[in-house]
Write a protein that binds this ligand. Structure first.
Ligand SMILES: Cc1cc2nc3c(=O)[nH]c(=O)nc-3n(C[C@H](O)[C@H](O)[C@H](O)COP(=O)(O)OP(=O)(O)OC[C@H]3O[C@@H](n4cnc5c(N)ncnc54)[C@H](O)[C@@H]3O)c2cc1C
Length: 423
């Protein structure tokens, strides 16, 4: 079977599904290929930051998220393991209506987007459809080959979008040089019933140890625990009891919740990585999301940035179609707009990973001191919040702010909230 569409998107993940929906709404003939056999299942926590909430709202999808699966969270507290509270962040500092984080039960937002895509573009999302290679005419990409339910299919398109995640096959076929980095830490992620009450998110930071607890809907919590990337087998061999005990020692208020963690099926382990593709565009093809720029999850922005990529690209594609121009130089407009912000977030996430995950007592002491200084400094705290919320174009701290965050000299503007960063 040979078919033609305007745009073929590889991957119906965080970025690809949003792009498929945006393009279909603009009346652009779009086909999304997804290798999985259907919408995703399994354990996965999801925090929708304000920038992602706005994108879903603009698509009229935010109000359609099942309310019994979404938990608004305003306060995030950072604590030293076995010690004091270091810092508390309050999303109410942001402008309404996006002045909270939304913790959703697994895949709730993603499934809502996929359903909207299927309604808007019936037959435009193919499951069991794996990209195998690009089709070329000279240097120009003119479509893809795919394996669809075991049969080879050729799809010609004006634009091929690689939205196929960090191990992108599209990127590989385009021979785009890429730096892939696997962090030495992974996350054990669990969704647990919570008989106790947890209204506010809690982060416990130690030496090479982090426990994050986020209130979720239906009386559950979403738990993330930093582990050594190589330690999964050893942790499994030791059984769940050591973890129950360790978490209970850190936060006795939720002991009953931790006792409810009785088997590994309540959890999953997620590796963490960073991707840096040298270019995101070639003649007739473009990369979005983790395929172009995966980042450490500390930024809490990976999926959000894949969604922002989709909105920027969806705004550019109609003029490319009108001009019949999908050359690299035309598509660079998208990359030029997105790369600076994404690289800023990648650097920020790396810095956070360096200090938050550290096992070095001096660095841990410095980290705790910076958290405590930020807690007393409304201006710096607001800058940190707007970065996590995805509302900044520039880094949260300049050189002077870094010095002030050490708390060695007072900040004369500590009580001021900067006027920008609301959108
Ligand atoms: C522990 C952890 C916590 C995280 N928490 C957050 C968070 O709180 N907020 C946040 O914004 N981000 C978070 N992220 C990051 C986020 O998950 C990713 O950045 C995001 O999913 C990237 O979206 P994407 O569309 O680029 O790729 P993906 O969502 O990975 O989608 C890629 C899709 O392509 C499909 N695919 C792959 N190969 C092929 C092929 N050959 N043919 C067809 N289809 C293919 C895959 O099946 C998949 O559906 C977290 C990540 C981790 C590891």
């Amino acid at each position: 079977m040979d078919i033609h569409v305007d745009v073929v998107v590889i991957g119906a993940g965080g970025g690809g599904a949003i792009l498929g929906l945006l393009l279909a709404k603009k009346g652009i003939r779009t086909l999304v290929l997804e290798q999985a056999s259907g919408p995703p299942h399994g354990i996965r926590g999801e925090i929708l930051q304000p920038n992602g909430q706005k994108i879903l709202d603009d698509l009229s999808l935010l109000d359609q998220l099942p309310q019994n699966a979404v938990q608004p969270v305003r306060h995030f507290h950072f604590r030293q393991i076995g010690g004091k509270r270091l810092c508390s962040i309050d999303y109410a500092e942001l402008s309404p209506p996006y002045n909270r984080a939304l913790v959703t039960l697994p895949h709730v937002a993603h499934r809502t987007v996929l359903e909207a895509l299927e309604k808007q573009n019936p037959g435009g999302l193919w499951y069991n459809a794996s990209f195998t290679n690009v089709l070329k005419k000279g240097r120009k990409i003119i479509g893809v080959e795919a394996d669809v339910q075991g049969k080879p299919v050729r799809i010609s398109a004006n634009l091929v979008v690689g939205a196929d995640g960090p191990a992108s096959k599209v990127r590989e076929s385009l021979k785009i040089p890429t730096k892939l980095y696997r962090y030495p830490e992974s996350y054990l992620v669990a969704i647990l019933d919570c008989p106790e009450k947890l209204d506010e998110a809690q982060y416990f930071l130690g030496k090479k140890e982090i426990l994050g607890l986020f209130p979720a809907a239906k009386g559950k919590i979403y738990l993330v625990y930093l582990i050594d990337a190589e330690s999964q087998n050893a942790i499994h061999a030791a059984g769940v009891e050591p973890l129950q005990k360790r978490w209970s020692a850190m936060y006795p208020e939720l002991s009953a919740t931790f006792q409810g963690f009785t088997n590994w099926e309540q959890s999953t382990v997620m590796p963490t990585g960073r991707t840096r593709a040298r270019t995101w565009v070639t003649d007739g093809a473009v990369l979005i999301g983790d395929a172009a720029h995966g980042m450490n999850p500390h930024a809490s922005q990976g999926r959000m940035q894949a969604m922002v990529d989709a909105t920027v690209l969806a705004d550019l594609i109609p003029s490319c179609l009108a001009e019949d121009n999908f050359e690299e130089s035309r598509l660079k407009v998208y990359e030029k707009q997105r790369r600076p912000k994404v690289e800023m977030l990648q650097r920020l996430a790396d810095e956070e990973a360096f200090f938050w995950n550290t096992g070095n007592p001096v660095l841990a002491w410095l980290r705790n001191r910076v958290f405590s200084t930020i807690d007393e400094n409304r201006r710096l705290k607001y800058q940190v919040l707007t970065a996590t919320a995805g509302l900044r174009e520039t880094p949260p701290f300049g050189l002077l702010d870094r010095f002030l965050a050490l708390g060695l000299v007072p900040d004369p503007r500590a009580d001021q909230r900067p006027p920008h960063a609301l959108s």
